[in-house]
Structure formats: C-alpha cells, structure tokens
Design a protein around this ligand. Structure first.
Ligand SMILES: Cc1cc2nc3c(=O)[nH]c(=O)nc-3n(C[C@H](O)[C@H](O)[C@H](O)COP(=O)(O)O)c2cc1C
Ligand code: SF4
Ligand code: FES
Length: 550
C-alpha cells in the first residue's frame, strides 16, 4: 500500500458508512462487558435482522462512551442518543421505536447532560464512535493521515518543532515538555533508538489509559509511528499490564492490521521509513510504570528504578537513547501534526495546553471516563460533570493524582487542573485519577489506605521509602487503634518530609502526599482520633475479629 492509497481507503469507507441511515454503537469496553454488553451487541444484531434493517442500520462494537456506571451504554447516531442500562429485553423496543418509528425512548436515555457539556473530547473523540477492531473505522475518521502528512511533507525536525510549539506535556504524571524530550532523543548520537509507550497504569481505580487502548488503539500506534519518524527509531515497545486482557487483545489486533496494511514494518507505505512495535506485558507492580523500572522490565530484569542521570533519552533500553511516553501523550500527536501546534496550544492554559483524561470515581453521581481542557476547575469536574456527591450527602474531599495524590477540601475546589497549580496545593496530576469522598469518609483512614498501598508497592531498594513508609504505616495503625499520642503527628510530618526528600524515585518522593494533605487540611480529624479516640465516620477503632472473640 502506498501513501496515496490511504486516502482512497478513507473515501471508500466514508461512502460505505454513509450507506447506513443509523449506526448503533454498543459499548463493549471492559466496564460495559461486566454489565453484559456482548449479549446486548448480539441482541441488537438479531433485532436489526428481525426488522429487516440490515441495509440501513449498522450495529457496531465500540469502546467506552464515558458513562461507565450506567452500562451497558449504547449510542445511536445520528443525533448522539445515549441509552443507559440497556437490557436484552429492551433492545427490540429500542430498535422498533427509535429506528423503525423514529421515536427515541426518552425514559431510557442518559439524563445527566451536564456530564458531557463541560468536557472537551479531543483524545477521546473516537471513543464510543468507532469499532476499535476495524482499522478502516479509524482511517475513515482521518486516522493515519497525520502519518502520511509527516512522511510526504515534513522533515523529522519539522515534526519536533510542531510538537514543541503545541506545548504538549507528558500525561504520565510529571508533565515534562514532550517536544523537548523528542529533541533530546533525536540529538543523541548513539543508535539504535527506541520508543517505549507506557500503559502500565498501576494506580488503583484508574482506568483512563486502558479505556483509551480499548477504544482507539490506532491513535496510540499512530502517535508511536510519528514519534519514531521524528526521533529516528525503528523499534518500539508497548508496555501494558497483563491484567488488561481486552486492551491487550485490542492492541494485538490493531498491530496486526496496521502491519497487514503496510503501516508498520520495513517499508511503511512504500517509503524508506521502517518501524515495528512489540507488546510487552507487565506483571502488575505499580513501580513498573516508573521510567527506569519499565526499561529494566523490558530488558527482562526485575522492575526496579535506577538513579538518574543518565536519563533514558540518552541511555535507555540496552544503553541506547530511548523515548518513554505515556499512551495518552502519544494519542495527542496525530491531531497536533494534522492541525498544527498553534491550534493545539489554544486549548487549555498558557503553561498547560490541551486536555487531560481522568477516571472520575468515588461517591459521585456521574462517575466515568472524562476528558477536560487543562485549566478546568475541580469544582466543575465534581459538580458539573460529576453531578455532585451521591445520595445527597455532603462533599468532603477530592483525591487527585492516584495513591500518591493529594486530598483537597471544598475550599480548594476552584483550583484549576494543571500541573503547577495542583502541585501548589499538595496534589499531583498523576496518571489521571480523581476520587470524590463524601462526609461519611474518614480522612485518617483514607491516608492510611494509600500509605498501605505504597508500602506494598515500594520496591525496597532505598531506605527512606522502604523503612520510612513502614514507620508511617505503624503510626497510622496506632492512631486508628487508639494507642497514638499527639507527638506522633510531629513524627508523621517529619518522616513524611524525609521520605519525600531522600527517596530515589517518584514513588517515595510522592507517597506521603495523602498524609501531608490530610494533615494540612483535615488535622482536626487526627486530633479527634488521638485525643478523643473517636472516628466520626465510624471507620476506625474497630476491633479485629480475633480480639472481639476474647
Ligand atoms: C511509581 C511510578 C509509577 C508510574 N507509573 C506510570 C504509568 O503507569 N504510566 C505512565 O505513563 N507513567 C508512569 N509514571 C511516570 C513515568 O516515570 C514517566 O514519567 C512517563 O511514562 C513519561 O511519559 P510522559 O512524558 O508522556 O508522561 C510513573 C512514575 C512513578 C514514579
Ligand atoms: S523510592 Fe521506593 S520504590 Fe523508589 S526506588 Fe526507593 S524503595 Fe524503590
Ligand atoms: S465502559 Fe461502557 S461506557 Fe465506559
């Protein structure tokens, strides 16, 4: 296949899709599969057949639409009618009323319109609208045309300039400027050069990267291809945790399809550019997502961080220059190339351009997968998109940034979402987790939970993290069992500061964030636990099973 052939495929596919009057997109991502989405998919196909609508109605298996908690979710086009909690019994009724009679069933439609209103879906623009298992669907949406543009009209340096001017920063947590990283790897003299796409996503309860891969795998692959062209790499690894079977299967299929269409391999689109991608499965440790640990894991060693410098950009996989990039960062690349860096930089804030995907979970009315412009406030996320706190309870805190994120109170909800402003209040962007807590939550118990997670996940290589976090955990056990003293609060503060200052990698450097922010914003709860031995949420001071029997 040649460069020009892609345009023909896109045109044919668009014509093919236009031959249908309706498209029924059945979300078949991990979340909706748990609710029985595959049976719904089959039921729609059967109903369409029964009504003799095969020529005018396409039933498609798609990725996540975003409203995961009310799955199975089904989106009918044209008009973007979103049906929630679809059951096999209701399918026939939907096809009859909506498709045959032209009467959408209002009672079954997703009602929380505010969920989508304040979102800006750029990375997720295809999610829920294309079949991730059909490369033609991606191509029809303009997919791979950014790669064609690079190969036909742009120099590698020109691509890097565009990415630099877009202001894109890494979505894996640290927010390093992407164009700058690409320049470093491109300028490195040693070869070969490698690319690693990071889909480890070890934060508990975070599923944004997995969902992206399940919904639009070719956006990640196209981002990798463009990055490879820009930095001069011929081999890439897509590192994904083995607990993500559907994402793995979707990516495997996407890689095979791209290869069969000459979009991956030795002579891509009959040009001299060559690039191959291999999937590498991780065993599920949180630390394996850290950039030096991921390299060790790909090299077949235990996933343990190394001191930096040297940085992977100059000394990465097998000592060669390596570009490590989060998959969401990569999925931004095709649209930057197509529309230009300047276009991209107009979304978000001056320092923090573009959008960010989040898994929005916890005690909230509209949980799901969301994408917002950088600079959107936490209040807009919690109350407008999220629809406020569940069960008419009051808001207590929002945890931003996963297990090493910060717990922020109501007074900080007007904080805009960007790397610097989250950091200034003790939180981090992390890889995209926002958890809302209601007034029935105990902040001491919350900080204890995340400390325990980090103790479990610490690789143990350096003492401040290994021994320091264990000490913090001991203190939390004392506080929640009633044996702590007021001085323990000072110890918590001192040990936390020491862990952050002296740890080797980002895990230790950020693990105390939940402790520090709960101490800063919810200190009264610590005091109540220690002096009055009470937990207003009723989570602590519970006797262990063995103790109760005695
Ligand atoms: C403990 C730990 C876990 C991490 N896990 C991930 C992860 O799951 N995915 C990810 O993209 N980055 C993760 N990172 C950040 C990576 O080290 C690295 O900064 C990132 O992959 C670079 O890509 P980006 O510039 O596109 O963000 C983690 C960092 C630490 C310290
Ligand atoms: S900070 Fe923790 S996770 Fe990182 S190297 Fe040290 S012990 Fe391992
Ligand atoms: S998994 Fe189906 S809407 Fe998210």
């Amino acid at each position: 296949m040649k460069l020009v052939d892609l345009q023909t495929i896109a045109e044919n596919e668009v014509d093919f899709q236009r031959s249908y009057k309706h498209r029924i997109n059945v979300c078949s991502s991990s979340g909706c599969i748990l609710f029985g989405a595959l049976k719904i998919l089959k039921a729609f196909k059967d109903a369409v057949k029964e009504f003799g609508l095969e020529k005018e109605c396409k039933v498609a298996r798609t990725g996540c639409i975003g409203t995961c908690s009310v799955g199975p979710a089904v989106l009918i086009e044209p008009g973007d009618y979103l049906y929630q909690n679809v059951s096999t019994e209701k399918v026939r009724e939907i096809v009859r009323d909506h498709i045959v009679l032209g009467l959408p069933i209002k009672e079954m439609l997703y009602k929380n319109e505010s969920f989508f209103k304040k979102q800006k879906r750029l990375v997720l623009k295809n999610a829920g609208k294309i079949d991730p298992h059909r490369i033609q669907d991606y191509i029809a949406m303009g997919g791979y045309s950014a790669l064609v543009k690079c190969l036909a009209t742009m120099t590698p340096q020109g691509v890097i300039c565009e990415v630099t001017s877009s202001g894109l920063r890494g979505r894996g947590g640290a927010g390093f400027p992407t164009g700058q990283k690409w320049s470093l790897v491109a300028r490195a003299h040693s070869s070969p050069k490698y690319i690693v796409a990071n889909l480890d996503e070890g934060d508990p309860g975070v599923f944004a990267n997995r969902t992206l891969a399940e919904a639009d795998p070719h956006a990640i692959l196209e981002g990798m291809l463009i990055a490879a062209y820009a930095i001069g790499a011929e081999k890439g690894y897509l590192y994904i945790r083995a607990e993500y079977p559907l994402a793995i299967q979707t990516l495997q299929k996407a890689i095979a399809q791209a290869r069969s269409m000459s979009l991956l391999g030795d002579s891509i689109l009959e040009t001299p550019f060559k690039f191959n991608v291999e999937l590498r499965l991780g065993a599920g440790a949180f630390i394996a997502g850290e950039e030096t640990a991921i390299l060790a894991s790909i090299e077949g060693k235990r996933a343990m961080p190394k001191p930096r410098p040297p940085y992977p950009a100059t000394y990465g996989l097998w000592g060669k220059p390596t570009l490590i990039q989060n998959v969401e960062t990569l999925a931004n690349i095709p649209m930057i190339v197509l529309n230009g860096g300047l276009w991209f930089s107009k979304t978000g804030t001056t320092e923090c351009t573009g959008t960010k995907c989040f898994s929005l979970t916890g005690n909230i009315n509209n949980p799901g997968l969301i994408e917002v412009s950088m600079g959107t406030t936490l209040r807009e996320v919690v109350f407008d998109i999220g629809g406020g706190v569940q069960n008419e309870r009051n808001f207590k805190a929002v945890l931003v940034g996963g297990p090493s994120g910060g717990c922020l109170p109501e007074a900080l909800l007007d904080q805009p979402i960007d790397y610097e402003s989250l950091k200034s209040v003790g939180a981090i962007m992390g890889s995209g987790g926002i958890v809302v807590l209601d007034d029935g939550s105990c902040m001491v118990d919350t900080a204890k939970f995340f400390t325990e997670f980090c103790v479990e996940e610490s690789c143990g290589k350096c003492t401040p993290c290994r021994a320091g976090l264990a000490r913090v955990k001991e203190i939390f056990e004392a506080i929640t069992k009633g044996s702590a003293r007021l001085e323990d609060i000072t110890t918590l503060e001192k040990v936390s500061a020491y862990i952050m200052d002296a740890s080797l990698c980002g895990l230790g450097q950020t693990a105390p964030n939940p402790v520090i922010t709960t101490l800063r914003y919810f200190k009264n709860e610590y005091l109540q636990h220690i002096t009055e031995k009470t937990c207003q949420a009723g989570k602590c001071f519970k006797k262990e099973e063995g103790e109760q029997k005695q």
